[in-house]
Design a protein around this ligand. Sequence first.
Ligand SMILES: N[C@@H](CCC(=O)N[C@@H](CS)C(=O)NCC(=O)O)C(=O)O
Length: 228
Amino acid sequence: MLKFYYSGAPNPMKVALFLEEAELRYEAMPVDTRKGDQHKPEYLAINPNAKVPTIVDGDVVVFDSNAILLYLAEKTGKFLPKDGLRERGELLSWLMFVASGVGPFAGQSVHFRNYAPEPIPYAINRYMYEAQRHFGILDARLAKQPRMVGGTYTIVDMAVWGWARLIPTVLGEAWWGKFPNLKRLVDEIGARPAAQRAVALRDKHKFKTEMDDEARRAMFRHLTEKVA
Ligand SMILES: N[C@@H](CCC(=O)N[C@@H](CS)C(=O)NCC(=O)O)C(=O)O
């Protein structure tokens, strides 16, 4: 059975959504990143980047959430656009846009707003600016069409959902008012039973919730390893 290495964080949640939507059988393997499970040699052997998610599907190992979405979509033939090369091009563009822009900027915005040892206004402003700019691009796209690519629900919508549902944490609650189209997509996906099962998955395992010294050492290794 496919093994899904995960935590309740945004990137694993995109993959949980796909697994639930496609009704694939899988074994959920918790990786408690606040306890440092991501740095264990057995996990590094399948994900040298020491992050979640990863899947092991027989002898196939795939890490990085959007790569996993594409792998599973191609394997099952589900949640891909219906039409030819034009929509394929759009799918790849938006999938990579979420992977290389939305996710990293949103992640850094959360980091500097909530976890930096001291407030750095320049960093907070830069990452909040870039995160809201990226979400604004998604919102403008969704003002013109109900789903990100073509007329149907695809893996791009799942990738967007993974991060956009956390806009209140990334930017602050008030920002929902600025992204009504993105909010519509998040609400529509969030109402689906598969999304509810995906979000509930982490309740099946006991993940550490405290962001204490152990968690900071595991997740923010630059605090103890000075390179500059
Ligand atoms: N590009 C990777 C990023 C994965 C990533 O940053 N995962 C976070 C959770 S959303 C994580 O593992 N954090 C733990 C850590 O940084 O130690 C992907 O899309 O899967």
